[in-house]
Design a protein around this ligand. Sequence first.
Ligand SMILES: Nc1ncnc2c1ncn2[C@@H]1O[C@H](COP(=O)(O)OP(=O)(O)OP(=O)(O)O)[C@@H](O)[C@H]1O
Ligand SMILES: [Mg+2]
Length: 435
Amino acid sequence: MKKIKTFVCENCGYESPKWFGRCPVCGQWNTAKEVIKGIGKGSKSPLPSLIYLSKNQIENQIRISSNIDELDRILGGGFVKGQAILLGGEPGIGKSTLALQISDKATEKGLKVLYASGEESIDQIFYRAKRIDVSSEIVITTEQNIDTISEVAKDFDLLIIDSIQTFYTPDLGSIPGSISQIRAVTGKMVKAAKENQTVILLIGHITKSGDIAGPKIVEHMVDTVLYFEGERTTDYRIIRVFKNRFGPSGEIAIFEMTSKGLNAVKNPVFIEDDIPFGNAIACVLEGSKPIIVQVQALVSRSKIPSPRRTAVGIDITRVNAVVAVMSKLLKLPLDMHEIYVKILGGMRITDPGLDLAISSAILSSLLEKELSKIVFIGEVGLDGKIRLPFATNKRIETVVQSGFKEVAAPATPIEHRNLIVHETRRLSDLISIMG
Ligand SMILES: Nc1ncnc2c1ncn2[C@@H]1O[C@H](COP(=O)(O)OP(=O)(O)OP(=O)(O)O)[C@@H](O)[C@H]1O
Ligand SMILES: [Mg+2]
């Protein structure tokens, strides 16, 4: 076998045939370590072990309930044995609170759970356990050596690592939190999950600036990626399924942070009591979850040639497209106005069924006319035509169940007594709704 000399950055794993003083990828100094590698055909490698997939084995893929309904639902029916899950979120968003609640609920259900905390003392964990009223006997460790933790993985059904940035393997010389350690910790835990059929929940910090040392670098290694989102100014917290090898992605679960911990919000209605002009209500779907949200717009005359446009909770390019269609087809002077659009309650909406509510809120602000409690459902095409979004029936059902009496949509496939429908097939129909 031919041997070659290479230099590997101890911090991020960057490889170069030449020595480097400063790593060109992570920018760390003096992290180059000489490694000798064997390449090409040498001694015979052992044959790979072959496993034959049988129908029986596939059907026997066992789901394990977390004992938290909303979590089970977004995971596609609960955990799967041997599943490696990454739960990412900004500092302070509530990851450890959720982890402790999962530990409590799962232990209560009879699962063997180990909660490994690498960043908090036992006292801090006890304090949180008291706050959220833990009722079961949770097993905790503050051991940070991932090799030691792997050794005991076989004894547990669920193992929580809080967080991957604070664990390490002595195999590497780098400090916990470095890219090479994060990769190694995740790799070892994924292996432990598969070998022992233990569910592993790895917690990772991300920052608003999209820190590269964050969990993003290990997304491809795990089966499922969950992101914990929310605005600090509101109590709502959202778990979004970003990737799932065992179920659909895009699903969300909504929780409310209270003094007693996180409570699931099963039928989310994020609207205020009075709806002044500039506000419009929508029924959107994030994953399969219907949510009633309030869109707020402010349209104000601008003195500068390219007026400001901002969006909070929605993609600005969607707002720009809706504004362009409104300007052209309704002949509105929107290019002379600053436009600010936001979703109330700290939600981030990706559903195009929100378009009609965005245009209605903008028009309502421009004309200073209230829309009362009409729920808008529709996707705005570049031709100005309003189209029914997917799962319209489910949205209408939600609107009725939530006690609303009026909807605006291009058509309603199902009829409901006591529901007034404002047929809105083109953007121009909005003008008549506003009277
Ligand atoms: N008594 C309380 N009442 C309401 N909310 C609280 C209370 N105590 C803590 N919280 C909430 O819990 C959050 C902290 O939760 P937690 O420590 O689980 O977050 P984390 O994501 O694990 O943070 P870190 O990044 O520091 O590990 C706080 O930001 C706050 O929103
Ligand atoms: Mg924490």
